[in-house]
Design a protein around this ligand. Structure first.
Ligand code: CP
Length: 350
């Protein structure tokens, strides 16, 4: 466990942190979860302020950060662009119409202790790295830490909660454990690939045998895929890809199955999002659902995981979500957003 290595650091991607540093976050999160369970006071950030800038909606991220900073003795400011001076994105750069990020950051950083930002999807025209660049722009100007609350590529806070949940179920060493990470159908709004990336990345750090199942037209980011493969091998696990959902589920310990966008139908591969083509492509794979038949291929003790929100009867059946597979992990995974983010804040905001 590292004592001071994370102080003052930004938390933008998991790949900015060593395995030892991520383990420190997990162990701190579990300690804070025990404090919370026992009602032991843990006001580690007494009087400190977190600014939370949400360009997109949220249930779990907002509530876990807001409750978390309060439980640590601080206060969270919920900020929406329309309630600030930077109401809309403008052009290709990361400056804003009325007030630039640089101006906002330099104005508020003296008033508080951390800035957290969520920006992805339609807000940035599904331009793959634009949300990340906006978050990096916040970090460039801030001399207080900046936290990524999700962009199109990364959802590192979700990755921490996922890893914490797996650790509580299977322990710290996932060598010999199979983690199936699958694409599933959804006819709802487009869903980012970020949660798949970070679920697979954290699984690679603990040596799991990761199997990514997707229809052949779908893929993850090749650079992140290479990092997942490399980390899995370093840590005693493996990474493979299949177009058979059933093969991935066979004998799995974890089935993490949810929809994600088709990267080849979005910028920068396309000039604009090819929405109709994506809907047509997804329509070919309506049967890609995490249902009882598929979950029964997994081990008897297997768990179903999803970052939520999910589309019932499309991504996952209610029988799986509300049955033994979902109830073993899903709500712990959601609750761990609180404990994991309290750990991140306590470690970087000291
Ligand atoms: N998993 C997750 O980030 O949920 P919200 O979008 O509700 O915050």
């Amino acid at each position: 466990m590292l004592t001071k290595a994370l102080r003052g650091r930004d938390f933008i991607t998991l790949r900015d942190f060593t395995k030892h540093e991520i383990e420190t976050i997990i162990e701190t999160g579990l300690a804070l979860k025990q404090d919370y369970t026992l009602g032991r006071p843990h006001k580690l950030l007494d009087g400190k302020t977190l600014f939370m800038m949400f360009f997109n909606p949220s249930t779990r991220t907002r509530n876990s950060f807001e409750a978390g900073i309060f439980q640590l003795g601080g206060h969270g400011h919920f900020l929406q662009p329309s309630a600030t001076r930077i109401p809309s994105l403008e052009g290709e750069d990361v400056a804003y119409k009325t007030e630039r990020i640089s101006d906002m950051v330099r104005s508020i950083q003296g008033m508080g202790d951390c800035i957290a930002v969520r920006i992805l999807g339609d807000v940035v025209g599904w331009e793959y790295d634009k949300g990340l660049r906006v978050i990096q722009e916040f970090a460039k100007w801030a001399h207080i830490p900046v936290i990524n609350m999700e962009d199109n590529i990364y959802h590192p806070c979700q990755g921490i909660a996922d890893l914490m949940a797996m650790r509580e179920i299977y322990g710290p060493d996932m060598r010999g454990r199979k983690v199936a990470v699958a694409w599933t159908y959804s006819d709802s709004t487009k869903k980012p690939i970020a949660p798949h990336h970070d679920m697979m990345y954290v699984s690679s750090l603990v040596g799991a045998d990761i199997v990514y199942a997707r229809p052949p037209e779908m893929r993850i980011d090749p650079e992140i895929e290479a990092a997942i493969k490399a980390q899995a091998e370093i840590n005693g696990g493996s990474y493979s890809v299949t177009d058979s959902f059933e093969d991935a589920c066979e004998n799995a310990d974890v089935v993490y199955a949810k929809n994600h966008v088709c990267l080849d139908l979005l910028p920068p591969v396309q000039q604009t999002p090819q929405n109709e083509e994506m809907a047509k492509l997804f329509g070919k794979y309506r049967n890609w659902i995490a249902d009882e038949k598929r979950m029964k291929l997994a081990k008897d003790t297997a768990v179903y995981m999803h970052c939520l929100p999910c589309e019932r009867e499309q991504e996952v059946s209610s029988a799986v979500l509300d049955g033994k597979w979902g109830s073993r992990a899903l709500w712990t995974e959601a609750e761990n957003r609180l404990h994991g983010q309290k750990a991140i804040m306590a470690l970087i905001m000291q």
